[in-house]
Design a protein around this ligand. Structure first.
Ligand SMILES: [Zn+2]
Ligand SMILES: [Zn+2]
Length: 86
């Protein structure tokens, strides 16, 4: 582990789980886990550039869901969102 990018919604920070599914609509109707294929529909091969969040419903560019744990300038700001006490 370690180098793998963390995947979460750029709007609400929801982290997709294995049970989540996205549907290729209105194209072929396939339901699949879009982060297992990098946004590519396994049914018709269409590459989705925008991914909808199952939690907040927001539409974000697929690439913005990937957050590199290192090498991102200013990423130390993420610490502000980590659990504090309690
Ligand atoms: Zn969201
Ligand atoms: Zn499709």
């Amino acid at each position: 582990m370690g180098a793998a990018p963390r995947i979460y919604c750029p709007k609400c920070e929801y982290r997709p789980v294995a049970e989540d599914r996205w549907e290729c609509i209105p194209s072929c109707g396939t339901a699949w886990h879009t982060f297992w294929t990098g946004g590519v529909c396994p049914g018709c091969g269409y590459a989705w550039l925008v991914t909808q969040c199952p939690a907040c419903g927001g539409l974000s560019p697929h690439k913005q869901w990937y957050h590199s744990p290192e090498g991102t300038p200013g990423s130390e700001r993420e610490h502000e969102f980590e659990r504090s006490g309690a």
